[in-house]
Design a protein. Sequence first.
Length: 429
Amino acid sequence: MKITFLGHGYVGLVTATVFADLGNTVHVIGHTKDKIDNLNKGIIPIYEPGLSEVVQRNIKSKRLFFTLDYSPYIQESDIVFIAVGTPPKKNGEADLTTVFEVAEKIGKNLSGFTVVATKSTVPVGTNKKVKEIISKTKPEKAEFEVASVPEFLREGSAIGDTLNPDRIIIGTESKKAEALLVELHKPIDGHFVLTNLETAEMIKYASNSFLAVKISFANAIAKLSELTGADGIKVLEGVGLDKRVGKEFLQPGAGYGGSCFPKDVKALISIAKGYGYKFALLEEVEAINRNSRNDIVRKAEKLLGTFKNKKISVLGLAFKSNTDDMRDAPSIDIINMLKEKKAFVQAYDPQAMNNAKKIISGIEFCEDIHHTVQDANLLIVLTEWNEFKEIDLREVKKLMKTPLIIDGRNIYDSEKLKKMGFTYLGVGR
Ligand code: UDX
């Protein structure tokens, strides 16, 4: 099939590449010349394990192309995917400006019959608006149908998630569009849910919000376990083994971050508000998440007393491992709080340093783990990189001024560390 993608962020770039790898001819339209030039050379703007190789392979095989031009690719396409960003506005609402801008341009370039499918996370009702915009701008003879095909890939495991999704959601009012989208997705191993536009739009927000609920619930139980003397990790293991609950996304820690959960929880609160429903549960989920970040700083205060003239080393800046993404990473808030309290912070991340430098200032970015922990009064781990799990902690202890560790992702064995002479605080234990 001939497919066009609007947008080459995580969702656009990964799904476009996977569809090309499955044998389709895929054009990806961007709007920044430098980025498109780089992509055509196989240089991708994000760190995602394995992605660069698959992009390069498909460019070579002439199945994957990056361009600034809408014409003639939209006209020639069977399916056009909208995969542009929907960042949060100040009030939490999703900003749909780019979605509507590209819808207008798609409309102007349509020819024959085309399915226009939205992959971006958009509030209920957006695809109907996309349909209205295209109807107004399209050439008279061109025919089209809209569909909502939300994407559930996670950063760090994006290609695997796209090829083996738990489910493939296709929302559309048109049987013809549904059949075409089912055919495109057939080589992908996933359970199909065929439904209407509004349901598909809502499934994405409900899924991400539910996962955020699980994480905040885990963080609340972890907090209560710390207060009561229960082992929060064991409590959550015990809870998660019940198949009705499931053990995934019950890891307590510094809280959720990233480009999706914080934004989508806010957006669903805002969508609900628009319909006169106060989604208090999700407001509390956000509050618990903020507190999980604050708690890391409270623990640091408990260990150090004052931060004045204290060196705190932070291992891990990205919002999770296997990504260089710093969007809404807990490290940003935590480091800012430490700085405000006059701590001297030195930090390291295996992939996110360049992105972190654009967002965080007034700290020392170190080249490796050893430099980061050198002479530190306290070590805080904020991302669960394998590299950190494997460090020689005896060596770390020798380099640090005082052997204090706050393990914000529970990556270390607390008993082992205590035996080594560390004062160790995890989350929930
Ligand atoms: C998420 C969804 O998982 C994915 O389906 C959707 O398409 C996009 O949003 P992503 O943001 O890439 O994916 O990362 P994810 O692995 O879900 O983690 C999100 C955040 O939750 C991270 O900050 C992670 O550290 C945190 N998290 C996750 C926890 O704190 N505890 C957990 O048990 C799981």
